[in-house]
Design a protein around this ligand. Structure first.
Ligand code: ADP
Length: 271
């Protein structure tokens, strides 16, 4: 009888404990959802006035102002743009966490995608004395199935990091065949590299490989976690190979599409 009572008590305890866990998990889910909603709302509310500041600062900077005033307007415009980029990252993270990230997959020309990114970063690269180049080793009819805006965002993020963590040499953006039905994109730099034990962590949100570089290089540690999720949403996987002191290569592959009405020129492969 004592044994039966004992068992009964144990079973009750297990049931209570299980209910406690379930309640805690539910509370955590609720809190998480509230946090994501809050982030999404805040980011959205901040974006609108921020856009106003940015546009007006740009208008001001374009006007015929005395030199000093124009430089001041340019600083406002540049700072506004950085702030907006951070806010957009936070908005993306909240969408990812809430499972509300959507991509629109279209046929994208990899040459155009790479050219756009190169143009965007040409000035920054030149300022740092770095080379930034594209290398497309695909037949001309080869397109990729991707969300054009998000593909640009991923490549932009990788090139931005590559330039940030490189002091000499440069950055190459490559597109090449990955088997018959995929296209592999790679961003290679000759920068500081990432220690082997930190490689996996760079894709975690808010993680920076070297805390001491945070203040030196700035950044939120969100870029790569967003990039990884965007690549996944487009049917790929973002990975990295790196050697400290020699540089890093971030790469991913996406499904290839053969353009209709643009017949393949077999000898163009590798051109
Ligand atoms: P952020 O650049 O804002 O810190 P990211 O998510 O883009 O955030 O990158 C996370 C971390 O990964 C960086 O802080 C840096 O330590 C490391 N990292 C990313 N790209 C490179 C690179 N090309 N070379 C060296 N380290 C890098």
């Amino acid at each position: 009888a004592r044994l039966a009572r004992h068992r009964e008590r144990l079973e009750r305890e297990v049931a209570d404990r299980t209910a406690d866990y379930a309640r805690a998990a539910r509370d955590a889910d609720d809190a998480n959802r509230a946090k994501s909603d809050f982030l999404a709302t805040m980011s959205h509310e901040i974006r609108t006035p921020m856009n106003g500041i940015l546009v007006m600062a740009e208008v001001l900077a374009a006007e015929e102002l005395p030199g000093r005033a124009r430089r001041q307007a340019e600083v406002i415009a540049r700072s506004g743009a950085s702030l907006l980029a951070i806010i957009n990252d936070i908005l993306d993270v909240s969408k990812i966490e809430a499972g509300r990230l959507e991509v629109e997959i279209l046929d994208v020309d990899p040459v155009a995608a790479i050219d756009t990114v190169l143009r965007l970063f040409a000035e920054r690269a030149a300022e740092k004395g770095l080379d930034v180049a594209g290398r497309v080793l695909l037949p001309p009819d080869r397109l990729v199935a991707a969300d054009p805006t998000r593909l640009g965002q991923v490549l932009g993020n990788l090139v931005n990091n590559a330039l940030k963590f490189t002091a000499a040499g440069g950055v190459v953006v490559t597109a090449e065949p990955d088997g018959d039905d995929r296209v592999r994109f790679a961003v290679t730099d000759t920068g500081i590299g990432i220690p082997a034990d930190k490689l996996a962590g760079v894709f975690e949100a808010f993680t920076q490989a070297d805390q001491s570089t945070t203040r030196r290089f700035g950044g939120t540690g969100l870029g790569l976690s967003i990039a990884r999720r965007l690549v996944e949403a487009m049917g790929g996987a973002l990975a990295v190979a790196s050697e400290v002191g020699r540089g890093s290569t971030f790469h991913f592959s996406l499904p290839a599409v053969v353009a209709e009405g643009r017949p393949a020129t077999p000898d163009a492969a590798g051109a």
